[in-house]
Design a protein around this ligand. Sequence first.
Ligand code: SF4
Ligand code: FES
Length: 247
Amino acid sequence: MDLKLKIWRQSKSNDKGKMVDYSMKDVSPDMSFLEMLDVLNNQLVEQSEEPVSFDHDCREGICGSCSLQINGQPHGPGEAITSCQLHMRSFKDGDTITIEPFRAKAFPVIKDLIVDRSSFDRIQHAGGYISVNTSGNTQDANALPINKADADHAFDAATCIGCGACVAACKNASAMLFVSAKVSQYALLPQGQVEAKKRAQDMVAQMDDEGFGACTNTGACSAECPKEISLTNIARLNREYLKSSLT
Ligand code: SF4
Ligand code: FES
């Protein structure tokens, strides 16, 4: 199929940036979206033009780095998939596709389609850990009985890949879904109780420091999340935060 692409080009973080048009011919519907960008970049290199910078690593929905805003939607059309899991059969011959970086104050553009998501790393550093006795007397984690429903919910929360689609989807650029997933995966398990109070306070404080917006419960975050992280995690984060404020 033949396509028109409108791609955000920005040479460096303080460059103004603009949309640039590209034409592509004979794109296979079986290509992944990133493979289509690879082909475009080969063409640009052959024409001695600067290839389009975009982030990727695993290309199988695990690492969360392929964060593209495709036709105004984080990770493009299709439910519960990342940009690297999107295939060109989702588009039609003659389509125009806009491709932009995720837009948020806390995700500044580094180059073209690559944004700096180190704000997420700093939130994780603030509380996304547990203390474990590694002196040689460490208790086997399996020795602690855990309610099956809690284990399942903790696992679901832990599937968050830190892609940032929730922030890009939110009109307030809120990071509540991400933070709630990171807090929930520990809040539901006995291993997470030691730092529970400090975790909720520190991660929320870091989220605010990074310039993310407030949550107004629109639910766009969960609707666009490739891992279908549930809004119930936000309710749990609110409870954890309130509890830690009162004790
Ligand atoms: S909550 Fe979902 S959208 Fe947000 S960072 Fe995690 S996986 Fe990505
Ligand atoms: S490249 Fe890893 S999730 Fe897409």
